[in-house]
Design a protein around this ligand. Structure first.
Ligand SMILES: [Zn+2]
Length: 388
């Protein structure tokens, strides 16, 4: 049985850095109170009522309970939305525009959990989430997305667009880039209006990040947690939108390795972090999780991918998971720090530039990542690889 869920709710995710709890962070964040609109109350209270910044409650319709068979035709009364108060001094907010059926409180809690792992966050992040319907399959130009049945109404899309635009206008960096802003907005609208199965992080500015993700309602919780955490980690990867770092990597000959490192780190973080979030029910319900360690699950998923397309290339299907194993091999060889991936500090000073084809250690990991086997129920790298 599903609860009635708010169809549209924008809320602030509490800022959390350096492992501080939400509450203590809340206390230290400058208080900016904005009058809330007197829009119709949503059916659930937002989880972040103690949060300092604004929780913009947008007018919503109550979406039909999932169990109801008669579709309601009520579309949301779109009225002016409250401006999200993005204080320029507050550089580490995560805002969420959620039009999916997944409760905002869940998404908020998961995002906070992941954010708490970071040793230092500096970006403003906007996360936009929505559901899509049945697969249609036409390609979205220039992006690795396909079209799907559009679940959102036109007025909901317009509302999301207005909110994203407002967020960008309030952003210290994007506010100054009208052309860039409009280009991005045009893409987002196109994706929304075509039911794109988005799963993307946009490094709009070094400290301005946007995550857009779509999924079919009913996706398993553990899978959705992984999805969100992976995309969020990209937003936490500070150096991936750093011009100097990207230029450095470019000069060394940007190849697929640069992409693999970014994806591998994101999935490495995801497997370890999401594993902490799974409940016993998750573990019982979904074989994919099982009762083993996150590392073991990572090996199993990577093996599935190898079997899927029959290639040992890091760049094969599911590059992120394959590359996460490559990251793991470097960790076990002592070339990378597990902690620095998990707290994001690996991405503070462009360390990833060292992972390139002229680095023999990296080349070794690139060429040997798939050399693992099952020993007494536990997956691990071959001794020959570890002792090489
Ligand atoms: Zn990714």
């Amino acid at each position: 049985m599903k609860e009635i869920i708010p169809l549209l709710l924008i809320s602030l995710i509490t800022v959390s850095c350096g492992g501080a709890s939400d509450i203590s962070m809340t206390a230290t964040t400058p208080t900016t109170t904005t009058p809330t609109t007197t829009s119709p109350a949503v059916t659930t209270t937002t989880p972040t009522t103690t949060s300092p910044a604004v929780t913009t409650t947008t007018p919503t319709t109550t979406s039909p309970a999932v169990t109801t068979t008669t579709p309601t035709t009520t579309s949301p009364a779109v009225t002016t939305t409250e401006t999200i108060n993005t204080s320029p001094s507050n550089h580490s907010k995560i805002d969420l525009i959620n039009l999916s059926a997944t409760p905002t409180s869940d998404l908020t809690n998961w995002a906070n959990f992941a954010s708490d792992k970071m040793s230092e966050r500096t970006s403003n992040i906007l996360v936009v989430t929505y559901n899509i319907g049945e697969y249609i399959g036409e390609e979205i130009p220039g992006m690795p997305f396909n079209t799907n049945e559009v679940i959102l109404s036109q007025s909901e899309i317009d509302l999301i667009m207005a909110q994203i635009e407002q967020w960008l206008i309030n952003d210290p960096c994007m506010s100054k880039q009208r052309g860039h802003r409009n280009e991005e907005l045009e893409s987002y609208r196109f994706w929304l209006e075509n039911g794109a199965d988005t799963s993307t992080h946009r490094g709009l500015c070094e400290e301005t990040r946007l995550v857009m993700m779509a999924w079919k309602d009913g996706m398993e919780t553990w899978n959705l947690q992984r999805f969100l955490i992976h995309e969020l980690y990209h937003a936490f990867q500070r150096d991936i939108a750093n011009e100097y770092c990207n230029d450095t990597i470019e000069r060394m000959g940007r190849g697929e390795h640069a992409h693999a490192v970014v994806e591998g780190a994101a999935d490495y973080f995801t497997f370890f972090t999401a594993d902490e979030m799974y409940t016993d029910a998750d573990r019982q319900n979904y074989d994919q999780i099982g009762y083993r360690s996150p590392l073991n699950n990572l090996f199993i998923d990577a093996l599935d991918l190898i079997n899927e397309d029959g290639t040992n290339d890091v760049t094969g299907s599911g590059i992120a998971t394959r590359a996460a194993i490559m990251v793991r091999l470097m960790v076990e060889k002592g070339w990378l720090s597990h902690e620095s991936i998990l707290d994001g500090s690996f991405h503070h000073n462009c360390e990833r530039a060292d992972l390139n084809p002229s680095n023999p250690d990296f080349v070794f990991a690139w060429e040997n990542w798939f050399q693992f086997e099952n020993q007494n129920g536990e997956w691990r790298f071959l001794d020959s690889v570890l002792n090489n």
